[in-house]
Design a protein around this ligand. Sequence first.
Ligand code: ATR
Length: 285
Amino acid sequence: MVKSDNRQPRAFIIGYPIGHSRSPLIHRYWLEQAGLEGHYDPIQIAPADLASFVDTLKNGSSGLVGGNVTIPHKEAIADLVDEVDETARQIGAANTLWLEDGRLKATNTDSHGFAANLDEKAPGWDNGETAVVFGAGGASRAVIHALLARGFTSVCIANRTEARARALVDTFGPGASAHGIDQLSELISGADLFVNTTSLGMVGTEVPAIDFTVMKAGALVTDIVYIPLETPILQMAKRQGLATVDGLGMLLHQAAPGFEKWFGISPQVTPELRQLVIADMEAHS
Ligand code: ATR
């Protein structure tokens, strides 16, 4: 691998396959905006090679300052780094690595990305108390972490497989509760926030009819799926007069903490960056 010097830090995203990750587009935009001569490159790492790749990060021979971790390494990476922070530990997955004081550290920035997107698009969203989270997969863990950190006192997790929702309650404690999908309408009644974390609404899946009008006045509906940008769940909520926020901002904001750690500058999520990613999504749809 190419060695970097201090003026040209090199960061990465690893995955297998690495496919068409949008992270290089985002980080290279920020590098250009800041006039930095750093690098951010995708690297395909097979699961069998993950441990030796991490060794090259730890001993400095890769010349890399840190990077992002995506599927299928987000869970496995936690056992390989020197230090996992509390956020990544609770979420059970890490997506951001960096070297600090000679140690390889890991966090998960999805929780930050989720909250920062709503801070930008729906300020005051965290004044609510009751949230309904639809889905109990990997992505919902980050959402639940953010909701509890922002002071929601009741986070109701509704999932097709209720046992998965119960496993999340074991992790996150009594602020969360587990339910089946059949309880969805009951849970939504009077809620401040609804978050879809399921893959429902992506191509080829049918979405059940949901009556959002029973939510509290001024309630918000958001979806962490951003392809399509306006998911069927968001369309449904909008038609019923609810305020909605799409999930693209979560992708953009989750990238910011890593950029700051590797390149030393806090980047801005601008409308121009959002348009750049939308154009890329359209070009690859
Ligand atoms: P991710 O890491 O993106 O969250 P995941 O772990 O595969 O992905 O989780 C996908 C979520 O979408 C789960 O909550 C899943 O429900 P199950 O736990 O019951 O599988 C939910 N999901 C996917 N397809 C669904 C469907 N057709 N109906 C209801 N829920 C669905």
